[in-house]
Design a protein around this ligand. Structure first.
Ligand SMILES: Cc1cc2nc3c(=O)[nH]c(=O)nc-3n(C[C@H](O)[C@H](O)[C@H](O)COP(=O)(O)OP(=O)(O)OC[C@H]3O[C@@H](n4cnc5c(N)ncnc54)[C@H](O)[C@@H]3O)c2cc1C
Ligand code: FES
Length: 243
């Protein structure tokens, strides 16, 4: 983990409520599935956001405006400096991907899968991505995944774009392993519907963000794990769902 000041170089809406922000500064290349924690003016708790893409010195996040902090973020102009904790979280383990990995993202669970897709494509893997949204107006990142050379299926719950239904209604026949991120009901459905091993990224609410409050705990076969420290990525085999 590193605390650093980053400069906003771009902050653009992708849909009515989802924005993409690019930051520059002293940054190590992030790993897919890691997140950053942003300090925002007047807010005690930092706001955690997954890394969408990044390289040495540059980081892109994609975020949904849901409340005070993310609304404040939409107003940040290029040139603004932000205090950011970087290099947080374990990230996805790419070594388990196998020959034809499957990526399943729902809503703002899609962003952490983009850097993963890019790294898997750079490793020469064919990648299938199923991206789920509520309706056509909420769809983002489809072209970005296609530009990487991924096979992409978009699902919408109301059928206004792509295949009607949830990501679990569009699972391909064959895949070697899966990686997923999305709202908890989707993650539970993915857990039940998938036939291979896989990894889940949990975007639970966070408190302190550095392991002290236990507010982000998740039950596993080896005891509670803190999403902010031992996560946000957990293996399918270790997760115990609360009823
Ligand atoms: C590891 C991690 C990675 C994340 N990655 C992303 C990302 O890539 N893109 C993105 O848009 N969001 C992501 N989130 C969620 C993001 O952190 C919250 O949406 C954000 O902190 C809300 O701040 P706010 O001040 O705008 O909302 P608040 O004013 O704090 O809350 C507004 C409303 O949003 C709800 N809310 C707040 N936080 C969450 C949450 N974590 N999950 C569900 N509902 C919440 C609240 O219950 C409330 O109804 C991530 C969360 C975690 C823990
Ligand atoms: S947010 Fe406090 S322990 Fe994870």
């Amino acid at each position: 983990m590193k605390e650093t000041n980053l400069r906003v170089v771009d902050n653009t809406p992708l849909t009515e409520s989802v924005w993409r922000m690019t930051l520059e500064g002293e940054l190590e290349p992030p790993r897919p599935g890691q997140f950053v924690n942003l300090r925002l003016e007047g807010l005690f708790l930092r706001r955690p956001i997954s890394v969408y893409d990044g390289d040495q010195g540059r980081l892109t996040i994609v975020y949904k405006m849901v409340g005070t902090g993310t609304r404040q973020m939409t107003a940040l102009q290029p040139g603004t400096e932000l205090n950011v904790l970087t290099g947080l979280g374990n990230g996805y383990d790419l070594s388990k991907a196998g020959d034809n990995p499957l990526l399943l993202g729902g809503g703002v669970g899609v962003p952490p899968l983009y850097l993963l897709a890019r790294k898997l494509r750079e490793a020469g893997k064919p990648v299938t991505a199923v991206l789920g949204f509520n309706s056509a107006t909420e769809v983002f990142a489809e072209e970005a995944f296609r530009d990487l050379g991924c096979g992409v299926t978009v699902t919408t719950a109301d059928g206004s774009y792509g295949a009607k239904g949830f990501v679990t209604d569009a699972l391909p026949e064959n895949y070697s392993y899966f990686y997923t991120c999305g709202p908890e009901p989707m993650l539970r459905a993915v857990y039940r519907a998938t036939k291979t091993g896989g990894q889940f990224s949990f975007e639970e609410r966070m408190g302190c963000g550095f392991g002290a409050c236990m507010g982000c705990s998740c039950k596993t076969i080896t005891g509670f794990k803190r999403i902010c420290r031992e996560g946000p990525v957990l293996e399918k085999e270790e997760i115990l769902w609360d009823d």
